[in-house]
Write a protein that binds this ligand. Structure first.
Ligand code: ZN
Length: 167
């Protein structure tokens, strides 16, 4: 089932997600909905708070909606080791028409749970590492807006306000 993606400045995007104790049916359904919603919106990553669920759950597939062959679902993901620096321009499904350069670690190790509740650890670099950091940020209530300059952020705020008035 497709879910609605909430967008800036929805206050839920600034909240901390809760850890998942057990991947029950509700979580399985949510993960499936999130993957579907991510592909439908041409995304390569989605975090549960973006569909209004304040739970520590992310979906990532850097093969993109055309291929859909590298889906990764992680519960309670956390970065346990990182190194290197990289900077790329990022976009976000919750921030229409917004792009900004973000400094990230180049390589990292992430631990979390899979949908069966089993512990997983994975190493990532390049686009996958960037995407994981972006989605894990969402779980802490951080979006690209927080990574941007004050000027850029306030310009975007004005733009979004204008859209709301003309909608
Ligand atoms: Zn995002």
């Amino acid at each position: 089932m497709l879910r609605e993606i909430i967008t800036f400045p929805d206050p839920r995007l600034k909240q901390q997600a809760r850890e998942i104790q057990e991947p029950d049916q509700k979580i399985q359904n949510l993960a499936q909905d999130m993957a579907e919603t991510m592909y439908e919106n041409q995304g390569i990553g989605l975090a549960a708070p973006q569909v209004g669920e304040l739970l520590s759950l992310i979906t990532v597939d850097i093969s993109g909606p055309e291929n859909r062959d590298s889906l990764l679902v992680l519960l309670n993901p956390r970065i346990v080791q990182f190194e290197g620096r990289t900077q790329t321009e990022e976009a976000c499904l919750s921030l229409p028409s917004f792009k900004t350069y973000v400094q990230r670690a180049q390589q990292l190790t992430v631990q979390g749970l899979d949908l069966e509740g089993k512990g997983v650890e994975l190493e990532a670099d390049g686009l996958l590492a960037i995407c994981l950091q972006h989605e894990i940020d969402h779980l802490k209530g951080i979006t690209l807006v927080e990574h941007a300059s004050v000027l850029k952020r306030s310009m975007y705020q004005k733009k979004v306000k204008k859209w709301a008035q003309t909608a």
